[in-house]
Write a protein that binds this ligand. Structure first.
Ligand code: PAF
Length: 274
């Protein structure tokens, strides 16, 4: 497995791989890999000949009061896991090599990114779209794999790919949970044992909603009772990220809430019975 630090070096390597007739799978991550990320790498391995995992804590998707500096990092741990899961390359650039000091171009999705995390984290999805567009240009993937855990992000990226004609297939891999139901996230590391216990309300109540035992209001009340602050609870059409209508095939029930100082997100997809 090769470790590439420079963007132009990755692009050169990717073009050589494509010219040799092999397909490329890209798994964009911010590192501190867990089983959820590994399932994305495994999915990319099934779908492409050559797998690139990017490990880059993207500064431009963090707001001024967010956790950029304390976002967990452990490159050696990430390197070992990527190697174990058969990645061909880790791309781990320095922020200064990814972004010129006088950069002036952004990629912005303006519809699907308005609500949910986009409403509470201004500029977040602009930062995500910009780095993902750059990663697509550098890694030249045929297929890129994202996690359903970040349901809104996956939809925003699908829209970016559609509207800007990136020749990349987007695959969304299922959300992975720990044995206690908590969705895997690098930020779970911040939780105290008591906060973690309370955080179980997210998966518990989303699953109850999927069984038809809670509506959106009931979901909000259940999460409010256990969390320190609810950012949002939504019940949306999974494709449009708007209120469901007569054509809705699948509901996205999603929530973001704080446990202590840690903000967690979780969601579940509910097929609409017709
Ligand atoms: O989901 C993430 O970890 C990040 O938002 C991504 C897609 C790697 C872009 O920095």
């Amino acid at each position: 497995m090769k470790i590439v630090r420079l963007p132009k070096e990755l692009q050169k390597l990717a073009l050589q791989v494509r010219q040799s007739g092999r397909t490329i799978g890209l798994v964009p991550t911010m590192g501190f890999l867990h089983a959820g990320h590994l399932s994305l790498i495994d999915e990319a391995k099934k779908r492409a000949d050559f797998v690139i995992v990017s490990v880059f804590v993207n500064p431009v998707q963090f707001g001024p009061n967010e956790d950029l500096d304390k976002y967990p990092r452990d490159f050696e741990h990430d390197r070992a896991l990527c190697e174990e899961h058969g990645a061909d390359v880790i791309f781990a650039p320095a922020p200064g090599d990814m972004y010129a000091a006088d950069r002036s171009v952004w990629v912005e999705e303006t519809q699907l990114s308005r609500g949910m995390c986009g409403a509470l984290r201004p500029g977040h999805f602009r930062g995500v779209c910009t780095v993902v567009a750059k990663l697509f240009n550098l890694a030249q993937p045929n297929v890129a794999v994202f996690g359903q855990k970040d349901a809104q992000q996956a939809q925003v990226i699908r829209r970016m790919v559609r509207d800007l004609d990136f020749p990349v297939e987007i695959v969304t891999a299922p959300l992975v949970r720990d044995a206690d139901g908590v969705a895997l996230s690098s930020r779970n590391k911040y939780l105290t044992p008591a906060e973690r216990e309370r955080a179980r309300v997210l998966s518990r109540s989303l699953m109850a909603a999927a069984r038809g035992e809670l509506d959106c209001d009931g979901l909000r009340k259940a999460i409010e009772a256990e969390s320190d602050k609810v950012d949002y609870v939504v019940w949306f059409d999974a494709d449009t990220l708007e209120a469901p209508g007569p054509d809705t095939k699948c509901i996205l029930a999603a929530a973001a809430a704080y446990f202590g100082r840690t903000r967690l997100i979780d969601n579940i997809l509910i097929q609409v019975k017709k």
